[in-house]
Ligand binder design. Structure first.
Ligand code: ADP
Ligand code: MG
Length: 245
């Protein structure tokens, strides 16, 4: 076990988001967390990553380093792509030459061209910025990576390429990941396990192992799993427009 949320409850301004939530990540396991908009996915991820303290319950961590990839790349605008990717290493005290070497290797892994590394975020396309955000996360050799709808804002064609990058990186580096998405086919593509969070404060309404391995499921396998789950009562909320508040 790398991470465990135990009996987590949270509310904003007195309004309950969820209660009694239990969730754990095993070593090397990619868990997709899915649910309708506003159900609390980001809140769960931020509690898991220690960005906010839960009102109730506890978080147990058994790892050294984690990284977060957000929906927006959140690159520092005054730094080149290279320095942005190396940023976490700089914060950790790595010396300049090795950290830039690591940044270049990580950039290559996510398909950034060496020429792009001298560019500033404003000179990069949205997809390139998101690649840089993934490279920055991988640069610190994280044991756990938190993804919060990282590819929601990128073009459909590119989405698949970026999903593949995550699948390959997870298999190669053996990190654990919590991958938040509201897209069931994305979840079924990238993860080992799928957890569904209710939009009606019912907590986790499904926790399923996804057949096969990420990266080895064909488009047809993914389609069939999504089709079957679309008819499953536990997934109804995902397809009925979400919470009615
Ligand atoms: N900082 C905040 N202050 C007040 N309400 C918030 C805050 N963050 C989230 N919420 C509310 O909590 C609920 C869950 O939000 P969030 O975790 O962002 O959901 P999701 O990521 O599933 O769309 C929503 O109703 C949202 O409006
Ligand atoms: Mg969210």
């Amino acid at each position: 076990m790398k991470l465990r949320l135990e009996g987590i409850g949270h509310a904003f301004l007195g309004r309950t988001v969820f209660e009694g939530l239990d969730l754990s990540l095993d070593p090397g396991e990619v868990v997709a967390l899915i649910g309708p908009s506003g159900c609390g996915k980001t809140t769960v991820l931020q509690i898991a990553a220690g960005l906010i303290d839960p009102l109730r319950g506890r978080v147990r961590r058994a790892y050294q380093r984690h990284a977060v990839v957000f929906q927006e790349a959140r690159l520092l605008p005054w730094m080149t792509a290279r320095d942005n990717i190396a940023y976490g290493l700089r914060v950790a005290g790595a010396r300049k030459k090795p950290r830039l070497g690591i940044a270049e290797r990580r950039a290559r892994e996510v398909g950034l061209h060496p020429n792009d590394l001298d560019k500033f975020p404003i000179e990069l396309s949205g997809g390139m910025r998101q690649r840089a955000a993934v490279a920055r996360a991988l640069a610190i050799d994280p044991d756990v990576v938190f993804f919060d709808e990282p590819f929601t804002a990128v073009d459909v064609g590119l989405k698949r390429i970026l999903q593949d990058l995550v699948i390959e990186a997870a298999a190669r580096e053996h990190f654990s990941a919590l991958f938040v998405t509201h897209d069931l086919s994305e979840a079924v593509r990238v993860a080992h396990r799928l957890v569904v969070l209710s939009g009606h404060q019912q907590g986790i309404v499904a926790d399923r192992v996804i057949a096969g391995q990420p990266g080895q499921r064909s488009d047809r396998d993914i389609f069939e799993i999504v089709e079957a789950w679309s008819r499953d009562p536990a997934f109804t909320e995902l397809f009925d427009g979400g919470r009615d508040t």
